[in-house]
Design a protein around this ligand. Sequence first.
Ligand SMILES: Cc1cc2nc3c(=O)[nH]c(=O)nc-3n(C[C@H](O)[C@H](O)[C@H](O)COP(=O)(O)OP(=O)(O)OC[C@H]3O[C@@H](n4cnc5c(N)ncnc54)[C@H](O)[C@@H]3O)c2cc1C
Length: 387
Amino acid sequence: MYDLKAIIIGGGIGGLTTGIALKQAGYEIEIYDRVREFRPAGAGISLWSNGIKVLNSLGLAEEMIKIGGRMNRMEYRSHQDTLFNAIDLHPLIAQVGQRPYPVSRTELQALLLQTVGEENVTLNCNCVSVAEDENGVTASFEDGRTTRGDLLIAADGIHSMIRPLVTGESSEPRYAGYVNWNGIVEAEAQEIDPDCWVIYVGEGKRASLMPIGGERFYFFFGCPMEKGTGVTPENRQQELADIFRGWANPVQTLIQTLNPLATNRLEIHDLNPLKTLVKGRIALLGDAGHATTPTLGQGGCQAMEDAAVLCRYLITTNISVADALKRYEVARKTRTAELVLKARKRTDTIYGKDMMVTRNWYDSLSQESASDVINALAKVILGGPFN
Ligand SMILES: Cc1cc2nc3c(=O)[nH]c(=O)nc-3n(C[C@H](O)[C@H](O)[C@H](O)COP(=O)(O)OP(=O)(O)OC[C@H]3O[C@@H](n4cnc5c(N)ncnc54)[C@H](O)[C@@H]3O)c2cc1C
């Protein structure tokens, strides 16, 4: 179909990537976000090869090389620094045809925004209702504005306002039982090889450093906690020092060198798989449709895959918008649901939901062969639209 106008609610990774894809397909696009200014939640993000392939298909390959970290190896270590396994990632790159790129979220967001064109993005626009009829769909905003298009993409995140309209039921995010801290540090100050993604695990907790562009590491910590704990930014360094007391020296160095005021602290949630992702001319995309815990590093990558698949059906089929969206749903529902549930299971294992299972997992890490790890990563990556 040609000459369509798409309204996109939400200017996160999902909304912006979809905007780029649809704009490049020749469609008119309007992206709306309720924030006054974009401030990505989280410091870094690991974009696995399936996400990067989508960005490559949109012409962003060179830019990703510039902002991406050269992650050549990964290591699992015990919290007391025993090496469980060390994996060369080059065989993975050879198998799937593209390197993964961990990046700074701010740099990714700036790249996507610049590519989609800032003139296509309206901020400070809180969508409060969406209504469709035979000929189109209308979005209304808090300030009284309205806009109309042939289709509407709800890329409005895990707390999506549009989701109940699409699914016909309320589906509240589920607390995954742990808190994540994340930020960025200079590589020079760390005790880790600059091309290595290292993950320390123990006591049902995790600490990790991942190389991003500009000789920096994206770091994250995770620890199981009751819902509703809050610690002010200035106390976050001490909080981490207490939680990770006795852990390996590189973890202590990381805690001492991070900037607590620039360290995010998030309670992690996901979403039970939904019965449907579309209704007529309206499609849920990204976290609005399938928010996941970040333990597979796939939430943002899945939003990018959504964008590519949605665009492909719109431009290659010619029955109706609703028909193209239905095909998008068929292509995406199982893939995303499986990854949400897989990530949830892994989250439970990492964060000691049953410590017996977690201890067995620690034991199994040193038994795992490099090819098992590579094949597991490749399977997730090659399950995407560009395999
Ligand atoms: C700690 C953490 C680590 C992660 N690590 C990774 C990783 O390594 N790799 C990976 O691929 N993924 C990762 N993810 C997941 C990834 O961040 C998300 O899947 C991705 O950002 C979702 O993008 P989105 O565009 O769907 O939603 P969002 O980024 O949430 O964007 C939604 C946008 O919609 C706007 N909005 C909401 N409601 C309205 C409204 N009513 N009107 C207008 N605008 C509205 C919001 O302001 C927001 O800008 C991680 C997530 C977390 C929390």
